[in-house]
Design a protein around this ligand. Structure first.
Ligand SMILES: Cc1cc2nc3c(=O)[nH]c(=O)nc-3n(C[C@H](O)[C@H](O)[C@H](O)COP(=O)(O)OP(=O)(O)OC[C@H]3O[C@@H](n4cnc5c(N)ncnc54)[C@H](O)[C@@H]3O)c2cc1C
Length: 496
């Protein structure tokens, strides 16, 4: 049995990017994935020959010269991606208190568009633009600069998005509108760091894109590069244990008993699941309890629609609707008022630019609502669970139909996913959407370092740094710099 330079646990975006980078830099890598399909949240599913995205719907930063574009250029995938740019004047529409507001691409366009709705707030909007850009400038890897520990990133983890928006304007409607796409980070105004809001908002305003025919193309392209570089990927291989020897990890043991040896191990799965794989004393009790006690982000209920042919127009924007006078639904979650909000979007397909084949709607759902079925396996949760999903989906459909009359009649079929599906497919605790919740009240507590006290165990993925395609890309690069050197890797990326 050969011994790899690196074993990577998990084949989500992080595992695949780490595999791409390290194999490109000459390391022998082996990626172990517990599911049959590679890709984690990049997985899609097909019904009636139509593609449905599960965990990635739109991304920013993919324009020429922008951060994600450069990272993907280095990864040798950027030119092969099939992208659809969202509406320049309205990539997101926020339907709040009976009116719809548009987020435009390009910062000046963004300010102008919102200033039309809030003419007295032009100065506040300009200030918002300046401050968002300033916050982002303090994140070195976001700006493709080596992270030498000299930037004061933590300051922006220690300030909440709610306080930030209040400092921008006393106008409550504008505060809510500016946070209207907070489902992208499951926001809590007095906890979510302003950094989270700023980095995500900035990248989308710079350029917002969807993946045509599905986000699994990202996984497929990365897999191809890893294989071309001589890397190995093994599916249906759940890592159960990390076996210690001589003060470091010697091998990963799979549930089928197979043993995979390597010099370095990178785990891209939830850190508490990683810690549970080893009882090494090198990981202190205090570290373990800190990680295990961290709060998770909210979970989600998603409904995937397939349309009758040529019946529902493709929408080149994302639609966030709120039934309440408050866009912060997570801290105000009320089971009796469900759904308090939803995100509705169509998936671009190469067959038609006019009509959509599929659409997705997402709204928060607390894990408690499905906990009673957690012991049974997928497909065996019984009629009551099926009835529950149907009841919820139809409520959601009625809500969407009010915003898009005729929507209901266009539906051919629909499929649902609950927090239990999220938990089963990605292994996040309680089906959490984005993993660990960053808390501005105690920023150090929720900051996870890629390094651990086990010298050859590194962490990566959405819980190290940020979630999302851009956040996870930065996290993966950060982890790989531990093996390759910060300045070396950033120079290679910038010169790609
Ligand atoms: C509903 C939803 C919508 C989203 N929409 C967007 C969006 O529009 N834009 C955006 O940028 N981001 C979006 N995100 C966030 C984004 O999808 C994630 O942050 C990102 O894909 C996480 O990548 P990852 O590699 O860290 O983790 P994952 O994708 O979760 O990958 C982890 C992998 O590890 C595997 N694994 C777990 N345990 C083991 C084990 N013991 N052994 C082997 N393998 C294991 C899992 O099966 C999985 O494949 C969304 C997320 C959700 C849930």
């Amino acid at each position: 049995m050969s011994k790899y330079d690196v074993v990577i646990i998990g084949s989500g975006l992080s595992g695949l990017l780490c595999g791409n980078i390290l194999s490109k830099e000459g390391k022998s890598v082996c990626i172990l994935e517990k599911q049959h399909q590679f890709g984690g949240n990049l997985q899609t599913f097909k019904r009636e020959g139509k593609v449905f995205d599960t965990g990635v719907h739109y991304v920013g930063g993919l324009g020429e010269g922008q951060n994600l574009h450069q990272y993907f250029k280095y990864a040798e995938i950027v030119d092969k991606l099939k992208l659809e740019r969202l509406d320049i004047d309205a990539f997101d529409k926020i339907s709040f208190k009976g009116k719809t507001y548009s987020f435009a691409q390009g910062f000046d366009n963004f300010v102008e568009t919102l200033a039309n709705d809030f003419p007295k707030e032009r100065e506040a909007l300009n200030n918002y633009k300046t401050q968002i850009k300033d916050i982002c400038s303090h994140f070195p890897l976001y700006n493709l600069r080596p992270n030498l520990g000299l930037d004061n990133e933590l300051d922006y983890f220690g300030k909440s998005v709610g306080d930030f928006l209040q400092s921008i304007t006393p106008n409550k409607t504008l505060q809510n509108v500016l946070a209207g796409n907070n489902l992208l980070y499951a926001g809590i105004p007095n906890k979510t760091p302003v950094a989270t809001h700023a980095l995500i908002t900035n990248s989308l305003i710079e350029g917002a894109y969807r993946f045509e025919d599905g986000s699994d193309q990202l996984a497929d392209l990365l897999i191809e590069t890893i294989k071309n570089n001589g890397g190995t990927l093994i599916n249906s291989s759940e890592v159960r244990k990390l076996e210690m020897g001589n003060g470091k990890i010697e091998s990963a043991i799979l549930t089928n008993g197979e043993v995979i040896e390597a010099n370095t191990f990178i785990s891209t799965i939830h850190p508490s699941l990683t810690l549970a794989m080893t009882d090494s004393k090198l990981l202190r009790k205090s570290y373990r309890s800190r990680i295990n006690d961290l709060e998770e982000t909210m979970s989600v209920f998603a409904t995937y629609f397939s349309f009758k042919p040529d019946s529902f127009k493709y929408l080149n924007y994302n639609y966030y609707h709120f039934n309440e006078n408050n866009v912060w639904s997570v801290p105000n979650y009320n089971h009796d008022k469900w759904p308090q909000e939803f995100l509705f979007l169509t998936l671009p397909n190469s067959k038609s630019k006019t009509f959509a084949e599929t659409a997705t709607a997402m709204t928060y759902m607390s894990y408690d609502e499905v906990k009673q079925w957690e012991k049974s396996t997928i497909g065996n949760r019984g009629n009551e669970y099926e009835e529950f999903k149907k009841y919820k989906a139809e409520k959601l459909i009625d809500n969407i139909d009010k915003q898009f009359p005729g929507f209901k009649d266009s539906i051919e079929n629909y499929y649902t996913s609950t927090p239990l599906s999220m938990k089963a497919y990605t292994g996040t605790k309680n089906g959490s959407m984005y993993g660990i919740l960053h808390d501005s009240n105690d920023p150090l507590k929720t900051k996870i370092s890629p390094r651990t006290k086990i010298p050859n165990l590194l962490l990566s993925g959405q819980n190290v740094n940020f979630h999302g395609v851009l956040g996870v890309t930065v996290a993966s690069v950060f982890t790989c710099t531990e093996m390759l050197g910060m300045e070396y890797l950033l120079e290679k990326i910038n010169n790609a």
